[in-house]
Ligand binder design. Structure first.
Ligand code: HEM
Length: 417
């Protein structure tokens, strides 16, 4: 028996996504009393799904493909037009293997060490400043981290400019008008510049270590045995650099969580075990970043008595799944302890996508993110003390991507020991 999917009677809901942001899907789930509903977005029929079982379905490669899903506007700003996010099947697996080969245990350890060193190098300057906007600093520090770790040369005088360009691409995710245009222009400039770097690596005038992302990507060969074309190589190298800088948003939310929960701060100061990781996981679960993902039905099938017709756009609610009360006890409370006895599942906790890293589209940089966050939040709790002056720390769930309004200002920074 096939059931009707609860439906909104609207011509098109694209405007509502912009107006309701992270809550677009949960608002309709509540109204329609259903974890699955049908709507219309960007002129096409779309099915929205949420929850652990939904994520399991969404990451079934036999049922969904990504080709033709990411809107051109996202390709032109956030992702680039020839990156791994847009591939399916063998082509995806081969390209994804390139990314996963960069994420070895040793390289992730290097990433944490570089992160600690780059944060520490900022303390003397901060001690002399009246105020420090943590988010702005995080983007710059992580820009240094990203380029150093990835083996891409970066002149001191270019750090601020490159951090701002990468930040504009990230900020364009849910942007229209000027915000989108800024992201698009930043992508054009960054791709051009990184294409020059790829050429120089291939010619031998820049020689990054063989294990760095720059070298791996510049010399990666497609299944046909040919090097990636220069633009695709640039897009993929930016797929490493840009998201490392994006982690600055999670770090800023982490600082907010510390401020709002002094008891957690005290625990972290003395933690030498798992609590740091539990805190990072809760920051990634609780605060908003990636809202939802899209895929298209490969061949028609029926799931839970609902019909999914070939070619239909299906959206998985990431934010909603991370706040789903059937998975998380009191999801609106910030509680790192919930991760103490968490029954790990690749489908219930999906701030950076779900499923399998190698065979699916799950974020290649999830452990890189965790390592950067752990190192950064350890720095904030164990290397310095600071005060948090009066400011607007609210963040809204309508703007994608979100951030505390003030960017999290700190002052009276002092080095510890
Ligand atoms: C994919 C989120 C950090 C590299 C993704 C996806 C999401 C995501 C939602 C899509 C998953 C899917 O399509 O199923 C995030 C967030 C981050 C972050 C919120 C932290 C702020 C990173 C980092 C790197 C990275 C640090 C690299 C160093 C990638 C790559 C993909 C990806 C290469 C494409 C994977 C594929 O299509 O197979 N990320 N990510 N991300 N991420 Fe991340």
């Amino acid at each position: 028996m096939v059931s009707d999917i609860p439906k909104e009677r609207v011509l098109d809901n694209t405007i509502s996504v912009l107006a309701e942001g992270y809550q677009f899907m949960s608002n309709r789930r509540i109204r329609l009393k259903s974890d699955i509903f049908e709507t219309r977005l960007m002129g096409q029929r779309a099915i929205s799904i949420c929850g652990e079982e939904a994520a399991k379905l969404f990451y079934d490669n036999d049922r969904f493909i990504r080709k033709g899903v990411v809107p051109k506007r996202i390709q032109k700003s956030l992702f680039g037009e020839s990156g791994v996010q847009l591939l399916d099947g063998e082509e995806h697996r081969h390209r994804k293997q390139m990314f996963m080969s960069i994420m070895t245990h040793e390289r992730l350890h290097d990433l944490a060490q570089i992160t600690k060193r780059q944060w520490n190098a900022r303390i003397t300057d901060w001690e002399q400043r009246d105020k420090v906007v943590l988010f702005d600093e995080a983007e710059e520090v992580l820009c240094r981290v990203a380029f150093e770790w990835a083996g891409v040369p970066l002149k001191e005088e270019d750090v601020e400019k490159r951090a701002i360009e990468m930040g504009k691409m990230i900020d364009a995710i849910g942007g229209v008008g000027e915000r989108y245009q800024r992201g698009k222009n930043a992508r054009i400039r960054s791709e051009e510049w990184i294409m020059g770097i790829i050429d120089q690596i291939r010619e031998g005038s820049i020689t990054p270590n063989a294990e760095t992302a720059a070298a791996v990507i510049a010399f990666h060969k497609n299944q046909d045995g040919k090097l990636l074309d220069t633009q695709t190589a640039a897009v993929e190298l930016i797929n490493i650099l840009r998201p490392i800088i994006a982690v600055g948003r999670f770090i800023t939310f982490g600082a907010l969580a510390l401020h709002d929960n002094p008891d957690i701060q005290t625990k972290l100061k003395t933690d030498h075990g798992r609590y740091g990781l539990m805190f990072v996981q809760e920051v990634r679960r609780y605060y908003p970043f990636a809202p939802f993902l899209g895929a298209k039905v490969k061949e028609s099938f029926t799931w839970n008595d609902y019909e999914f017709k070939k070619g239909t756009l299906v959206l998985l609610d990431l934010y909603g799944t991370n706040h789903d009360p059937s998975i998380w006890d009191h999801p609106e409370n910030f509680q790192p302890d919930r991760f103490a006895d968490w029954k790990e599942s690749p489908f219930s906790f999906i701030p950076q996508g779900g499923g399998d890293y190698d065979r699916g589209h799950r974020c290649a940089g999830e452990w890189a993110t965790i390592n950067i966050m752990k190192a950064s939040l350890e720095f904030l709790t164990k290397q310095i003390t600071y005060e948090v002056p009066e400011q607007d720390l609210t963040y809204n769930l309508i703007r994608i991507p979100s951030l505390p309004k003030s960017g999290f200002i700190i002052n009276h920074v002092k080095r510890l020991s």
